[in-house]
Design a protein around this ligand. Structure first.
Ligand code: PMV
Length: 314
């Protein structure tokens, strides 16, 4: 049996913009998707025991099968020639926006590699998971699979000419508490990414300006994180959410949770990931603020994950 794990992530700055070459900032979180793979059974069977938003596993099933097909091909294995029994679990919930697709792809790629006796570098696992991400996101930036593979707090910039992406590890003074609130809505990242690309083409002037602002914001956010100016980081998160609203990837449920969090005195809040449902995140330094905000959101019936960004060991 082969085993593997991949980290979940929270995008702090630049989702969607990263697909088009704008830098983004992502932090792995201390929740993983884990996989076990054995070469038995009929064709490819998947037992998905991840806890998730209602309908998550069913809605992702077809994309998941396509992703495994893509992964096997990227590993030089013909999907028709193998029988694989795949188990998926772990403590990263299947809420859209936390990179569960990328985390599971990294976990499965590592488990398949182990089962087939292949010793693959992280770089290779990341490249295989990127192929898998195409099934879920259409035209992914690569930020999710990179965070799922390497962990940590990362500065990421997609290389638009197909060369190696820029991946820089960022260090901050100490880990900072955040909350992640789930709308409970399972979103389709592929459709969200496609929608942005279409609107960008239709309204080039408006979008060029927004993309320029997103780029400036990413650089300011990097500086604020490195200087550990958390008030500034929070302000920039709010500003990032405004840009995401402008490119039409937020929704009323996300805005509702973000407003709720802001009313509790968070440093900043924004949607995280593909939007259109899925999750929001808020910067809540200190256990006390984190708990206060989490409780306020839970009181309204939404699920909350309490975690930290910038944890070194991840
Ligand atoms: O919703 P998620 O967790 O799949 O995150 C998607 C992030 C995007 O920036 C929208 C797409 C990408 O590939 O970067």
């Amino acid at each position: 049996m082969g085993k593997g794990s991949g980290f979940g992530k929270v995008i702090l700055f630049g989702e969607h913009f990263v697909v088009h070459g704008v830098p983004g900032i992502v932090s792995a979180i201390d929740s993983t998707n884990d996989a076990k793979v054995t070469r038995i059974g009929e064709k490819i069977t998947i037992k998905d025991e991840r806890k998730g938003a209602e309908g998550y596993a069913e809605k992702k099933k077809l994309q998941q099968l396509e992703s495994i097909d893509r992964m096997l091909k990227a590993m030089g294995i013909e999907p028709e020639t193998v029988s694989l029994s795949i188990w998926l679990g772990g403590n990263l919930p299947g809420f859209s926006g936390l990179g569960a697709s990328a985390a599971s792809s990294v976990a499965i790629a590592k488990a398949i590699a182990e089962e087939f006796g292949k010793d693959l570098s992280n770089e290779k696992i990341n490249a295989i998971a990127y192929e898998a991400e195409k099934a879920y996101a259409g035209n992914p930036s690569g930020i999710d699979n990179t965070a799922a593979t390497y962990g940590g707090l990362l500065w990421f910039k997609k290389n638009m000419s197909g060369g190696p992406n820029t991946i820089e590890k960022l260090s901050i003074q100490k880990p900072v508490e955040i909350i992640i609130g789930s709308t409970g809505i399972v979103a389709n990242t592929k459709a969200m990414v496609k929608g942005v690309a279409e609107r960008k083409k239709e309204k080039p002037q408006k979008y060029d300006l927004l993309f320029k602002q997103a780029e400036e914001l990413a650089f300011m956010a990097k500086k604020a994180l490195q200087e550990f100016d958390l008030r500034k980081v929070g302000e920039l998160m709010n500003e990032n959410h405004r840009l995401l609203q402008e490119i039409e990837v937020s929704c009323k449920e996300l805005d509702h949770l973000i407003n709720l969090a802001r009313a509790q005195g968070v440093f900043g809040a924004k949607l995280t990931g593909g939007g259109g449902g899925g999750c929001m995140t808020a910067l809540t330094p200190g256990k006390e603020l984190q708990e206060k905000v989490a409780k306020a959101i839970e009181k309204e019936g939404f699920e909350v994950l309490r975690t930290k960004i910038g944890v070194e060991k991840l």
